[in-house]
Design a protein around this ligand. Structure first.
Ligand SMILES: C[S@@+](CC[C@H](N)C(=O)[O-])C[C@H]1O[C@@H](n2cnc3c(N)ncnc32)[C@H](O)[C@@H]1O
Length: 269
């Protein structure tokens, strides 16, 4: 992700990833619920945090070289008594601190995002095919969940998302569902008519039930305007000139019927 503000400012302005409950596990049936875990160590040598820890299997451990335990021995014993310390590898591994949902701050975005995190091209293709069953869709569209993560990290509600290569409109559709303002440019009028416009109209109407609609709690609402910008070079064919386009927008059949489902969501207030 490129941040024009530079790395220092970016670190303070970016949004952290939300740790979702589904990513927490309850490996020891803790009655307090599922938890995540973090190493019970801290960087640097701190004299008060160098002591022996005995694992449930009887192994006596010291902090790794150049590091200390995460807390003093007294705090460690309190945490142990409160069942907040987890020893992996069947009780033989280094101690880890159990962290319950309410104790977790967001995660600093990491570099590699797997299909489980942000979906696949196939997910995106299936979504497009439900919206446009009669059309041949793009080969490698982006999943909405990928754009959701990027837009979440880089912007807040009400801010502007710009996509100068509109295509099938994934970026604008997700930005809209996430209550961002957006500007999208597309030079191919046929792509605009076949995909971009009907897709965005279905998002506004609350007819698009796929992609991030559920996670973003999107129920329809908002609006957009179409602005025609004449090309700097060349002349548009007659059927792409403003008057002809106006007529085609008005008669586009996707504007008049739900794209995906008979069950329209209730429009957002
Ligand atoms: C791969 S798609 C982009 C997908 C899109 N960003 C999304 O979120 O779904 C690329 C699109 O950029 C359009 N394009 C390429 N050059 C352009 C330009 N100079 N101005 C506007 N659109 C352009 C192409 O027509 C094509 O539809």
């Amino acid at each position: 992700m490129y941040a024009p503000s530079g790395p220092k400012k970016w670190k303070t302005s970016r949004n952290l990833l939300v740790k979702v409950d589904a990513q927490l596990q309850n490996r020891d049936d803790d009655p307090r619920g599922p938890w995540s875990d973090a190493p019970f160590t801290a960087p640097g040598y701190r004299r008060g945090q160098q002591y022996d820890i005995t694992t449930p299997t009887g192994q006596v451990l010291r902090p790794p070289r150049g590091r200390s335990w995460y807390a003093t021995e007294r705090s460690y014993l309190d945490l142990l008594a409160d069942d907040r310390i987890w020893f992996p590898k069947g009780g033989d591994g280094s101690p880890r601190l159990k962290l319950f949902a309410h104790q977790l701050r967001g995660l600093v975005p990491f570099t590699m995002w797997s299909a489980a995190d942000t979906g696949t091209n196939d997910d995106a293709k299936r979504h497009l095919m439900t919206m446009f069953p009669e059309r041949e869709v793009f080969d490698t569209p982006k999943p909405e969940s990928l754009m959701e993560r990027i837009i979440h990290i880089a912007t807040n509600a009400g801010e502007l998302v710009v996509d100068i290569f509109g295509g099938s409109g994934t970026t604008a559709a997700v930005a809209h569902k996430m209550h961002r303002r957006w500007v999208v440019a597309e030079r191919n009028t046929q792509t605009l008519l076949d995909f971009l416009l009907p897709r965005l109209q279905s998002v506004v109407n609350g007819y698009d039930l796929g992609g991030v609609t559920e996670t973003a709690n999107w129920m329809g609402g908002g609006s957009f305007e179409i602005v025609h910008v004449s090309p700097r070079l060349g002349v548009l064919a007659k059927k792409f000139q403003p008057e002809a386009l106006k007529h085609r927008f008005a008669t586009l059949k996707e504007f008049r019927r739900p794209l995906q489902s008979k069950n329209k969501c209730s429009p957002a207030a």
